[in-house]
Design a protein around this ligand. Structure first.
Ligand SMILES: Cc1cc2nc3c(=O)[nH]c(=O)nc-3n(C[C@H](O)[C@H](O)[C@H](O)COP(=O)(O)OP(=O)(O)OC[C@H]3O[C@@H](n4cnc5c(N)ncnc54)[C@H](O)[C@@H]3O)c2cc1C
Length: 448
């Protein structure tokens, strides 16, 4: 008996993946053009797919592994995110990122396993500090409301036994060059990555052991004793499949009415001139998460792999259950980001944004992954709740362990979560969620 799954939608990404665009163009992996057989297929080449492929390669010895990516590697959300690999609780739907105590302790442990796994890749595949930098992260406040968030985050970290250091206004100014931040909270366990370079380097390293195909979207699956994955160019037959497509797991028909498709947006300046860099002052590499989860993330780096000294601004979120953002969404995000940039960097008046883009997140109402064996020998590793560099890495590792080992100590801890909660019906969901996010953005005030 075979079951056919027709893939309803393929990914559409608004604007360029700037982190990928600023790198020297990568040589292409082939498009799948002739039918092949493999033991394992990983669908999706983001953080989840890369981690799944690597963990599989560690577990299955000489068995063959194929990775199919619909587009170019690092052109999707993997090359669009802000590059914070965060070990601590990062619940975007909470007021301060914090969750329940026991769950947070478990999450920290799991996140650190994922970061350790990513760190192994960084070492093994020779990633420089500009790509993988274990320098910690700073969460900062630009308003008294933000300071309150920092104070309560600090309290929560103390209760978890986590270390941190408070940075005052003058230290923040010395570090960032701008007057904007009242204070900041440094925590040491995070890693800052150049996300596109990380994915490309990891894929390059892995390609010695696995076969990678780009521009090879899976458009149909025929499930049977041997699964058949159909792409526009050819077919792969395999005994095991890991679907590492984040929200597009729903395009394969799984987890219906359980997943929230949120887009968030960013802009990157052109390279600053030496005069502008001097006017700005401060350190040449830094990143800041907003104290209010609805606020603005900022990164500056003079070392984006030789592409100049640039600033990246990320904010704004919209719910798009069609899994596509609109031109209107992009326009509004651009306006908001220009305002955030002006508020923080008045000394850089006139510096234009060279790139503007949006990217997909997938969240569940109860902040849990969409994970598990969804059909015989087909595993889902999806719904990374906005922290895919870490949670994606983790769920990719875990999918490979579940597929090959069946159980492991880490897997038992990872699986200790509920299924994604059921969503309210439309149009209440989309209207309600977008109104709530606009309200929260308004409340975030100057933190935006
Ligand atoms: C602006 C922005 C900032 C962000 N900042 C951060 C941050 O600082 N830290 C953090 O941890 N996260 C951040 N995120 C979220 C993070 O990017 C995602 O959570 C992460 O990319 C999810 O990883 P993934 O591998 O599960 O999915 P994706 O990165 O979405 O990868 C899935 C891949 O599957 C492919 N695919 C889909 N359908 C098919 C198909 N039918 N056939 C073949 N391939 C298919 C897609 O093309 C895609 O490449 C940010 C996101 C955005 C947009």
């Amino acid at each position: 008996m075979t079951k056919t799954i027709k893939v309803k939608r393929l990914p559409v990404d608004p604007g360029p993946a700037a982190w990928n665009s600023i790198l020297t163009p990568a040589s292409e992996y082939p498009r799948l053009n002739g039918d092949i057989n493999a033991d394992w297929v990983v669908v999706g080449g983001g953080f989840t797919g890369i981690a799944a492929a690597r963990r599989l390669s560690q577990l299955v010895g000489t068995e063959s592994i194929v990775l199919l990516e619909a587009k170019r590697l690092a052109d999707g959300p993997a090359g669009r995110n802000s590059g914070f690999m965060i070990d601590l609780p990062h619940d975007l739907s909470s007021e301060t990122y914090a969750g329940a105590h026991e769950n947070d302790l478990r999450q920290i442990k799991l996140n650190r396993e994922a970061i350790r796994f990513a760190g192994e890749m960084a070492t093994e595949y020779g990633m420089p500090k500009a790509v993988f930098n274990p320098c910690g992260k700073v969460t900062a406040a630009g308003s008294s409301r933000g300071e309150q968030h920092i104070a309560s985050y600090q309290k929560h970290l103390s209760s978890l036994g986590e270390s941190f250091r408070l940075m005052d206004h003058s230290e923040m100014k010395e570090w960032t060059g701008c007057d904007f931040y009242r204070n900041g909270l440094f925590t040491p366990g995070a890693v800052m990555i150049q996300p596109a370079a990380f994915i490309r380097k990891a894929a390059e390293g892995l390609s010695a052991k696995i076969s990678i195909y780009e521009n090879s979207p899976v458009t149909r699956m025929e499930l049977g004793a041997v699964h058949k994955l159909v792409t526009p160019g050819a077919i792969v037959r395999a005994k095991g499949v890991i679907l590492a497509v984040n929200g597009h797991i729903q395009s394969f028909g799984f987890f219906p009415k359980r997943l929230l498709h949120v887009f968030t947006y960013a802009s990157m300046t052109r390279a600053l001139t030496p005069g502008e860099t001097q006017r700005l002052g401060g350190a040449s590499n830094w990143g800041i998460l907003p104290a209010d989860p609805m606020g603005t993330t900022v990164r500056r780096s003079s070392d984006f792999m030789g592409s100049g000294d640039r600033i990246v601004i990320r904010n704004h979120a919209t719910l798009n259950q069609s899994i596509e953002a609109t031109a209107q969404n992009m326009k509004r995000a651009a306006r908001l980001q220009d305002r955030s940039f002006e508020n923080r960097f008045p000394m850089l008046k006139g510096v234009e944004m060279e790139y503007r883009w949006g990217g997909r997140l997938c969240l569940s109402l109860n902040s849990v992954p969409a994970f598990g064996e969804v059909e015989s020998r087909v595993w889902a590793a999806a719904c990374q709740n906005g922290l895919g560099t870490v949670k994606g890495t983790l769920s990719g590792m875990m999918a490979a362990e579940q597929a090959v080992l069946g159980s492991s100590t880490l897997l038992t801890q990872f699986l200790d979560h509920q299924q994604p909660g059921k969503l309210p019906p439309e149009p209440f969901l989309t209207v309600g969620a977008n109104m709530t996010m606009r309200w929260k953005e308004w409340q975030a005030g100057i933190e935006m």
